[in-house]
Write a protein that binds this ligand. Structure first.
Ligand code: COA
Length: 142
């Protein structure tokens, strides 16, 4: 029997609510390289007025913002943890999201890990997968 992962939802209404209510985003796997999707998405979110905190241990600054080695190093509350790292790295960041008190973990395309996704949902976080935060913002809010 084929097992279907519960990656359904949130609904469009819930996504709209997430993107309206929550403004502080840790963007994990951020990159200064303009060809990286993470860079384009970070630029878009900044243009739309979100507080974006890049997370990548390899850099000090990205798009003019201080870059942090982990979510736990960010000296502010975080509401959304947006993942741009390979699936094998996502569990660490889900654990950091939980410890940080984030509300949402967002798995961008190509980052999905069933284990990490389940962990986020089990502890009551909103977990979004197989969607792009920029595309959803363009589609639902603009
Ligand atoms: N923690 C933080 N950052 C990390 C990391 C970790 N554990 N491991 C790697 N990184 C960083 C790297 O430094 C790299 O940035 P750099 O090139 O500036 O050094 C970046 O994450 C990606 O590294 P890599 O693992 O080599 O990526 P990849 O080429 O294998 O691609 C994804 C994997 C997940 C980044 C890629 O599939 C992707 O961008 N997915 C999202 C797609 C998407 O949703 N696009 C938006 C469409 S609107």
């Amino acid at each position: 029997m084929v097992r279907i992962m519960p990656v359904d939802g949130p609904s469009d209404g819930e996504i709209r609510k997430i993107l309206t209510k929550y403004r502080k985003i840790a963007l994990v796997g951020a990159s200064p390289k303009p060809e990286r999707d993470s860079n384009q998405v970070m630029r878009y979110l900044l243009e739309k007025g979100y507080e974006v905190y890049p997370v990548n241990p390899h850099y000090d600054k990205i798009l003019g913002k201080k870059c942090y080695p982990s979510v736990l190093d960010i000296p502010d509350d975080i509401e959304i943890v947006d993942l741009f790292v390979r699936p094998e790295f996502t569990m660490d960041y889900v654990e950091q999201a939980i410890e940080k008190g984030a509300k949402v973990v967002w798995f961008q395309f190509g980052t999905f890990s069933e284990e990490a996704f389940r962990k986020a949902r089990e502890v009551g976080l909103i977990a979004v997968a197989h969607r792009c935060i920029k595309r959803e913002h363009e589609r639902l809010i603009g």
